[in-house]
Design a binder for this molecule. Structure first.
Ligand code: DNO
Ligand code: MN
Length: 365
């Protein structure tokens, strides 16, 4: 398991590279060019700037999250080919600075969605919260109205230009069924994966968050069966998944330990975080510790240790602690604490695995 840490870029993150390098075991950053609109080719000079910053801090930049997919690709419009060509050129450029994994998602219109960015937990810390009934009973057009009126319904991770086109986008997706989305996803993979393979970059789709359709928009990367189907759309080691325990864990029916064992060869990158799911379907993001949420983080890390996971891992969202002001979910403290928990579970299980292997004479522990 190779530990990495998400960094939003100079001037765009409250956490510095100097702080990141002091977290035990963290070797690289997970980065993106957040100011480049989805669909555009990434400029080499901007890529080089991040490379120089990472080099100076002694951190690698092997994992990119995300190179976002233009909506026309998800909608299957004829204009998608232009955006796919840009994507291929971005892949080629990223290979020049040593990128090995590209995380992306295939969610129509929205990335992760929450109703409250600072919901208070019992201990006084705050965290991202999702109130199911609030989202599920809202008409999309009412939502547009609420956002425009600056309501408390907050939409993290949304690009302003996407918000502006929301009404048009909802119209465009009216004719797109779940099966259409699968077909559009396959079209994208068939174009992109051979290019990624040529450049030695493993593509890793992020599960939908939350893992169910919202506002009548289809969502497909939601469950073990659907991930299995996704991987078979284009069968290649370069077509993989960013197994995110928090996103998948918002549905308690998802058995993530089982997914680790089944998909291990197709997981170049994993996000490990916990959520507490309530009976009414609401959920809140908690500390990484198993006992603090409803996702068995210790079991998931144990599964990775048993499999000898060699991919990249990062703590995902954390709570906001000790008065820290930061990007919602992306403070320093709780993610650093999360990493130490992940290492603790990992190290103890690796000892057991390696000792057993040494006894059998298969590995020199
Ligand atoms: C949620 C986060 C996501 C992720 C994007 C990747 O769990 O990890 O916002 O960054 O979906 O494209
Ligand atoms: Mn995630």
């Amino acid at each position: 398991m190779k530990m990495v840490f998400r960094w939003f870029g100079e001037g765009n993150d409250t956490v510095s590279l100097d702080q990141i390098r002091q977290i035990p075991g963290v070797e690289g950053i997970v980065w993106s060019l957040h100011d480049v609109p989805a669909g555009d080719e990434w400029p080499m000079d901007k890529i080089m700037t991040v490379k120089e910053q990472a080099d100076r801090a002694g951190l690698h930049l092997k994992v990119v999250e995300s190179v976002n997919i233009h909506e026309d690709i998800k909608l299957g419009l004829p204009s998608r080919d232009r955006y796919i060509e840009n994507y291929k050129r971005t892949i080629a450029k990223l290979s020049q600075v040593g990128v090995e994994v590209i995380c992306y998602n295939f969610m129509p219109v929205f990335d992760w969605l929450r109703t409250d960015l600072h919901k208070e937990l019992e201990d006084g810390s705050t965290a991202l919260f999702y109130e199911k009934s609030r989202i599920e009973n809202i008409d999309p057009m009412e939502l547009v109205k609420q956002i425009n009126e600056n309501s408390s319904l907050t939409m993290p991770g949304w690009e302003p230009e996407r918000l502006a086109h929301l009404t048009k986008l909802f119209e465009a997706y009216k004719g797109v069924s779940e099966e259409d989305l699968w077909a559009n996803c396959k079209y994208f993979l068939d174009e992109i994966i051979p290019v990624a393979a040529e450049y030695g970059i493993r593509m890793a789709i992020h599960p939908d968050d939350p893992p169910w359709p919202i506002f009548g928009l289809p969502r497909i990367i939601t469950s073990q069966a659907n991930i299995r189907r996704f991987l078979s759309l284009h069968d290649s080691p370069y077509n993989g998944v960013t197994l995110c325990s928090g996103s998948l864990g918002a549905n308690p029916a998802n058995d993530i330990v089982s997914m680790v064992h089944e998909f291990i060869d197709r997981i170049p990158f994993t996000h490990i975080r916990n959520v507490r799911v309530y009976e009414n379907g609401d959920f809140i993001e908690t500390s990484h510790r198993t006992q603090d949420g409803t996702v068995d983080i210790a079991g998931i890390v144990q599964a990775y240790a048993e499999e000898g996971f060699e991919g990249f891992a990062r703590p995902d969202h954390g709570r906001h602690l000790w008065g820290e002001e930061c990007r919602p979910g992306y403070g320093l403290y709780d993610r650093a604490l999360g990493i130490m928990y992940l290492w603790g579970v990992w190290d103890s299980h690796r000892r057991t695995v390696l000792a057993a292997a040494a006894k059998e004479g298969t590995v020199n522990a």
